[in-house]
Structure formats: C-alpha cells, structure tokens
Design a protein around this ligand. Structure first.
Ligand SMILES: *[C@@H]1O[C@H](CO)[C@@H](O)[C@H](O)[C@H]1NC(C)=O
Ligand SMILES: *[C@@H]1O[C@H](CO)[C@@H](O)[C@H](O)[C@H]1NC(C)=O
Length: 308
C-alpha cells in the first residue's frame, strides 16, 4: 500500500513536471490606447504591461503613437530585462509606419513576439485609402512550437464610424495576402469595434466575415472587452479562417483577459494602461507527445495498480 501511494505521488510529480515543459503558445491583441513615450516612461504602467505581454508569444498592439520608435524600444528593454534569469525568452518587435488620415493622429500596429518560439517570415502593408483609415499591416509567422506551423496575422484597429465597411474589407485583405504567400492560415485580430452601436445585428449581413461561415469568430458577442462598467461591448475580436486553423486552436481558450481580476491590481491602474482589455487565444502546441504524456502515464499506472 505504501509503495503504491509513494509511487503514485512520484508519477504525479513527474507528470506535472513534463506537462509544464510543453508550454502554451498564446496570441494576444491589445488596444493600448495612445501608447506613447509618456506612457512608456511610467514605471508602474510598464510593469503591469509587462505582466500582460510576457504571457503571450505574439502580441498585437494597436493605437501605438510612437513616431521615432522610442516608446517601443523602452517597452522591449522592459520586457527583456531579467530574461535569462528566470525564463528563457527574448522579445522583438515589428512595426508599421504611422497610419491614419490626419498628421495629428498617426497610429502604428506593432507586433511583439518571442524569438525563441516564433519566427517572423514576412510583412506586407495593405494599401487602400478608400477602404481603411489604418490599413492592416500584415505579418507572417512560422513556429515549430505550434501545430499550425505557418500563419498570417491581419490586424485592424477600425475607425468606429466606419467599422462595418472596414471589417467587410478585411475579406479583400484576406484574398490578397493568402494569394501572396499561398497560405490560407489567416487570423484577424484587434479592436474592430464589432459591437454595440458600431456594428448592429442588422449590419452583419453587409460583412463577408459574418456571412461566410468559413470565418470563425472566436471572441463571442456576449463578451465585454471594455474596462468601464458603463459599456458592455465586444469591440476586440479574434477571427480565424478555415478548418485547419480552427483545429489548431486549443478549445475554449479564446477569451478576454481581465487584467484587474487576474493580477489583483486596481481598476484605476488598469485604466492607466487602456480603456480596453486584451483578448487572446492559445494555439495547440506541437509537443503533442509531451502534452499527452501526463495523462498517458496516469492511465498506465492506474491499470497497473488495479491489476495488482
Ligand atoms: C526559426 O527558424 C529557424 C531557421 O529556419 C529554425 O531552425 C527554427 O526552428 C525556427 N524556430 C521556430 C520556433 O520555429
Ligand atoms: C519550441 O520548439 C523547439 C524546437 O522544437 C524546442 O526546442 C523548444 O523547447 C520549444 N519551446 C517551447 C517554449 O515549447
């Protein structure tokens, strides 16, 4: 009996350990509401932002106001500080130019990604001033740590009053980039304003990403991606195209990351970061054997014990 329980304990310990080494691959999107040098100089804010971003292998940041790139440089140095001591990670960034109609409101799309789990293999600035105020800056990634392998991320921070038009136009971006890279593994992510007054139930029939059921909306309509209690709107979304990408998603992992609840930091400190919460999804890890191992070991040991 004693042998049995200590053996079981050992197995549990080992399986927990093995299970941990197969880390999750998380993709996040965060409207960081006017992320500029001033925000990047606020130590407390940057500490909280780091807590959010180091959970993610790739983060799309939107509404970055950083003409000379200094704010993102600061962010990278904060993210990479201490790396190697506790964890092996290193982050890099790829940014669009400032995008927008007015020189006083130019915003960048910025992808922050972990260099040890993912490679950036291409970038493409979509160009159509009639379609978008901030045209998607599309980036292609490759990661052996995911089952999907090779995939394309299409960001959008829509102009609220043009949300229906712009989300619909994402279909044209999809056609262009999937052809360009001969790859249909496309994910759309960002603050689409795809809810409440900007996109109503009625509007959906005008949006090909709704009418074409090959596009899978992973963040549901009932979610609230806004921080304030005054609104409950699923503005920020993640959408994947096709069966292969859907199968490469870990089920039930697409969610709004409620920063205040998760980190026990105050509402006012979350508001300091942004009026939006991040959204995220986990891609299945390619380390299938490692993922399966704990369960497998438990099943074997159980049948072994019951045979005794
Ligand atoms: C990144 O690319 C290099 C060179 O092709 C490859 O050896 C490495 O495994 C890739 N990393 C990942 C995480 O896929
Ligand atoms: C990613 O894949 C590489 C190569 O297969 C492996 O060495 C590494 O441990 C994996 N990293 C994570 C975090 O799973």
């Amino acid at each position: 009996m004693r042998w049995r329980s200590s053996c079981l304990r050992l197995i549990l310990f080992l399986s927990a350990f093995v299970g941990k080494s197969a880390t999750e691959f998380r993709v996040c999107a965060y409207n960081v509401q006017n992320f500029n040098l001033e925000k990047a100089s606020n130590d407390r804010l940057m500490h909280h932002l780091k807590l959010v971003l180091i959970r993610c292998d790739i983060s799309l940041l939107q509404h970055v106001v950083d003409p000379d790139g200094q704010a993102i440089q600061k962010l990278l140095s904060v993210l990479n500080r201490g790396a190697g001591r506790y964890e092996e990670y290193n982050y890099q960034a790829v940014s669009s130019d400032g995008l927008g109609n007015s020189p006083s409101d130019l915003q960048k799309y910025v992808f922050i990604y972990r260099t040890d789990t993912v490679n950036m293999t291409g970038q493409h600035q979509y160009k159509s001033k009639e379609s978008f105020i901030r045209e998607p800056f599309v980036v292609r990634f490759q990661s052996q740590n995911t089952t999907i392998g090779d995939f394309i991320l299409v960001p959008l921070h829509s102009e609220p009053s043009r949300a229906v038009l712009e989300i619909n136009k994402l279909y044209d971006v999809f056609v262009e980039v999937s052809k360009k890279w001969n790859n249909m593994n496309v994910m759309f992510l960002g603050d689409f304003h795809a809810s409440c007054a900007y996109v109503t139930q009625q509007d959906r029939k005008k949006i090909r990403l709704y009418t074409n059921s090959d596009f899978n909306w992973l963040i549901q309509d009932r979610e609230d991606t806004t921080v304030t209690d005054l609104t409950s709107c699923a503005y920020d979304r993640i959408i994947v195209y096709g069966e292969p990408f859907l199968r490469a998603i870990k089920p039930f992992t697409a969610k709004v990351f409620k920063v205040d609840a998760e980190f026990k930091i105050s509402r006012s400190q979350v508001v300091e970061l942004s009026d939006h919460y991040p959204v995220e999804v986990v891609l299945k890890s390619s380390a299938l054997f490692l993922q399966a191992t704990p369960l497998l070991i438990l099943m074997i040991i159980q049948s072994f014990l019951s045979a005794l």
